[in-house]
Design a protein around this ligand. Structure first.
Ligand code: F6P
Length: 406
């Protein structure tokens, strides 16, 4: 049993039970807003909340804090403890990016006995349920815990916006606003220096950020993973990618766009590429560069080290014999101040999470469908990626396709 006694009385709340919450994977704006809303809504129902630190690592190490609606000490320092348990007041964190609980990519399925140990620790604490906030990696572990008898609910969080079963993952809006701003800003440098910039946005497998942030920023061309993934993914699993196979657009198309712009006297170009981009022209270089790069616990290569933006920039430089520059904006976009939309969405995600628990809907995640919050089986989020649909790429490409023919 855990040595500390969970308090039954906090402020004016008589707590009848406890639930846990954790944030897995990369940080995303909206996590703290979700946590704040969840804690407020839980206390309203006289449910106490334990926040586990460092994602699933905290479950293994019994490393948690008590989350309460406001700082208990009068100086609002957020430092206090009850029964030897650290206490965090979650007030006014709605706009803060990152996670007050901290994140990690700990994969319980890769640690021997990890799922069992986590389950045991949760049982020892007597928690009614566990909330997992994360992308498909975090949700796949949540699903595994659920299959092993843990009362789990989840919400889709990732700036990549690529979780199946939901139209929206919180963090995405903040990220695209940031990327759009960086591109608009870089445009001034590009114009003044006759420069060619390659902006590398996050998006490990899907190109949502590059496409939407790039389009809104006015990028002259955008490269997203789907253009190539459509050719290599299982066609039966991903029928939605079919139309991409008719689109011939790759790094050489971008070279051509830049060449034609230069011929028209436009010596500046800003393009946007998703960090997970590859194509038949670059794949050998990318594979070569990737082979010695470390991987995280979910087996993903560290894409910041790969730097596909630089690979694209170098390729363009060589082809056109010009200077090009690559800028990675991934971490900056991921840590930008939470947008109003993300804060608002996250508040709702937090409130719906407590509803799922009260209704005993375990093994579910809160999802957004046709502008409504619904619940979906966690299994939906596992094993498939939500790619950018072809029509979205086609529409956006109208902004630059004329330059290919003009
Ligand atoms: O959370 C997803 C993500 O934003 C990916 O787009 C990116 O590849 C990854 O995080 C990088 O995160 P880290 O370097 O923190 O592991």
């Amino acid at each position: 049993m855990y040595k500390h006694q969970l308090p039954k009385q906090i402020m004016n709340f008589n707590l009848k039970e406890y639930v846990g919450i954790l944030t897995g994977g990369g940080p995303a704006p909206g996590l703290n807003a979700t946590i704040q809303a969840f804690v407020y809504a839980a206390f309203e129902k006289n449910i106490g909340v334990l926040g586990f630190h460092d994602g699933y690592r905290g479950l293994l190490d019994n490393n948690f804090s008590l989350l309460v609606p406001e700082a208990l000490d009068p100086n609002r320092t957020h430092i206090s403890s009850i029964n030897g348990i650290n206490v965090i007041g979650v007030t006014r964190i709605i706009d803060q990016p990152g996670s007050i609980l901290r994140n990690s990519r700990t994969n319980l399925m890769k640690i021997e006995g990890g799922i069992e140990k986590a389950k045991q620790n949760l049982e020892n604490l007597g928690l009614k349920a566990l909330v997992c906030l994360g992308g498909d990696d975090t949700l796949s572990v949540a699903y595994e815990l659920h299959k092993n008898g843990v009362n789990v609910v989840g919400a889709p969080k990732t700036i990549d916006n690529d979780v199946m079963g939901t139209d929206y993952c919180f963090g995405f809006d903040t990220a695209i606003n940031a990327v759009a701003k960086f591109i608009r800003d870089l445009m001034w440098d590009a114009r003044s220096t006759n420069g060619v910039f390659v902006v590398e946005a996050m998006g490990r497998r899907a190109g949502w950020i590059a496409l939407e942030g790039g389009a809104a920023g006015g990028a002259h061309a955008i490269l997203i993973p789907e253009l190539y993934r459509a050719k290599v993914e299982d066609k039966e699993l991903y029928p939605e990618l079919a139309e991409y196979r008719e689109i011939e657009f790759n790094v050489d198309s971008v070279v051509e766009i830049i060449r034609r712009r230069i011929n028209r006297g436009k010596n500046y170009t800003v393009i946007c590429v998703a960090e997970g981009y590859t194509d038949e022209i670059l794949e050998n270089i990318i594979e070569q560069e990737a082979k010695d790069i470390e991987r995280d616990e979910f087996g993903h290569i560290r894409l910041d080290k790969l730097g596909v933006g630089k690979i694209v920039a170098d390729y363009i430089a060589e082809k056109l014999n010009i200077r090009t520059r690559a800028v990675q904006v991934g971490y900056l976009s991921r840590s930008s101040s939470t947008s109003a939309f993300d804060a608002y969405m996250s508040i709702n995600y937090g409130i719906h999470l407590i509803k799922l628990i009260l209704e005993g809907k375990y093994g579910k995640m809160v999802a957004m469908e046709h502008s409504r919050f619904v619940d979906k089986d966690l299994s939906v989020a596992v094993g498939k990626i939500r790619y950018v649909e072809p029509w979205r790429f086609k529409n956006v490409s109208k902004f630059w396709s004329w330059t290919l023919t003009g």
